[in-house]
Design a binder for this molecule. Sequence first.
Ligand code: F6R
Ligand code: ZN
Length: 184
Amino acid sequence: QPKLDPFTTLLELKSGALDPERGTPQVRTQEDLRGFFQVAPEDPDRVVYQVLPMPVPKENSEIQCSTTIIEPGTVGDEYYMTKGHFHAVRDRSEIYLGLSGEGRLILATEDGRYRVEPIREGTINYVPGGWAHRSVNVGDDPLVFFAAYVGDAGQDYATIERDGFPVLIGPGDDGPAVRENPTY
Ligand code: F6R
Ligand code: ZN
């Protein structure tokens, strides 16, 4: 017998709003990102990003999905970004679909290889298992993308909190600049 009933929800492509909402949005402030940016929060209560979930059981027979909305802004020399994570089950993969705004996706392996990929309206990023991923809003508007991933993937934030990513992205002379992370 099937475990779930079908459902449909409307995603407003520009803003990322879901109608009806399917779960409690997860809100991340500058304070929540303490230890992920290079410097301490400048305006601790300010919202950096939100994740709007469409929860299903966290099992590998299911497909989790959510919409992420990252506000424009900076802390120190870095653009607003997500914490970033490896999947707790390392080989679990994920797909991002860009909806609006301008962003970058930083991906890194545990042995320090990295890639920087674009996120904007219409991009599809494939995140293979074993690659940590963090998205960064490099534009002046909110960055909105939809994510779908294997249901039992889980998120390991602790490794990123300890080691960071090999590169940082912040404003440069000719637009977004990718710099080596001195504390990686
Ligand atoms: C799920 C996933 C995204 C992120 C979201 C927020 O595996 O990659 O849905 O969870 O973009 O980023 P984090 O989870 O790094 O705070
Ligand atoms: Zn993920």
